[in-house]
Design a protein around this ligand. Structure first.
Ligand code: CP
Length: 305
């Protein structure tokens, strides 16, 4: 495929193909000189209309490790501030002869829109509350380091499901690899579509933690709450009902802890839980570079090595 917009159009075999390619790059990252110049003739623009630490830096690192020419665009210092439209911005950038665009935007569908504006390959780095496919791929990769075969495994995603783009991509990817998925969170943060996608829904954290092999916590996305509405439950109430605590780790001794980041310590989990030996949160970040290398490599026409 030319673009990576979401995971819906990929089969389980396609997803495994990307993850197997990522394993090759993951091993390269552990070498003394973790470079492989397979994108030496490519120019890539990282177009971030929303804040990012992990996704933007890991894409940039992946691109540089592969020898690409990289340009970073952030709205704060661009002519977007002078009123330039998204379409004009992308058409001007494209006129500078680029091969790929990595885009993050607050509006769902922007990556799809850009495919109709320019010839470059488009990679979705998060579009509103819609999809975050590269995050889901790195999550799947990280889960397979714990359970190489995810078929039949119980994966729980806990938190602000309604405003998350990570959850949709993860549910799609996990179900395609044969896992069972449960989502857990407050009723006010639970959208109808998760049931339609095939995830089980729970409003009981203890029931969910007793069931799961892996628990992925999600941040409450205050930036996507409607202005002027009072958050229900409040942050404090949320932590009491859905925050993962050290007590939970003792009570349910088997589940692995994940989080896509950024973590709000003391809200979705106690600080000690984030740093616990059962947490693979920082491995997810390392794996993100390898998975993004694999995606860039395959979209640029590489065949699996
Ligand atoms: N997980 C994730 O997308 O993190 P950033 O917002 O820091 O990129």
């Amino acid at each position: 495929q030319k673009h990576l917009l979401g995971l819906a159009h990929y089969s389980g075999d396609d997803i495994q193909y990307i993850l197997d390619q990522a394993q090759y790059f993951r091993e390269i990252l552990d070498r003394p000189v973790p470079k492989v110049p397979t994108l030496r003739d490519k120019t890539i623009v990282n177009l971030f209309y929303e804040n990012s630490t992990r996704t933007r830096l890991s894409f940039e690192l992946a691109q540089k490790r592969m020898g690409a020419d990289v340009v970073n665009f952030s709205t704060g210092s661009s002519s977007v501030k002078k009123g330039e439209s998204l379409k004009d911005t992308i058409r001007n950038i494209s006129s500078m002869k680029i091969d790929m665009v990595v885009v993050r935007h607050e509006s769902p569908g922007v990556p799809h829109f850009l495919t109709r504006c320019v010839d470059a390959a488009i990679i979705n780095a998060g579009d509103g509350a819609h999809e975050h496919p590269t995050q889901a791929l790195l999550d799947l990769f990280s889960m397979q380091q714990v359970y190489p075969d995810l078929s039949g495994r119980h994966i729980a995603i806990i938190g602000d499901i309604a405003h998350s783009r990570v959850v949709r991509s993860n549910i799609i990817g996990l179900l395609k690899l044969g896992a069972e998925v449960a989502v857990c969170g407050p009723k006010t943060m639970m959208p109808a579509y998760v049931d339609e996608l095939g995830a089980n829904v729970s409003y009981d954290l203890d029931e969910t933690l007793a069931w799961c092999d892996i628990a992925m916590a999600l941040r409450i996305q205050l930036e996507r709450q409607e202005d002027g509405t009072e958050l229900f439950p409040s942050i404090r109430e949320y932590h009491q009902m859905f925050g993962i605590t050290m007590e939970h780790l003792e009570k349910y001794p088997d589940f692995t802890i994940m989080h896509p980041g950024p973590v709000n310590r003391g809200v979705e989990m106690e600080s000690a839980v984030a740093d616990h030996e059962r947490s693979i949160i920082l491995s997810q970040v390392t794996n993100g570079v390898a998975v993004r290398m694999a995606i860039l490599y395959l979209l640029s026409g590489g065949t699996r090595v």
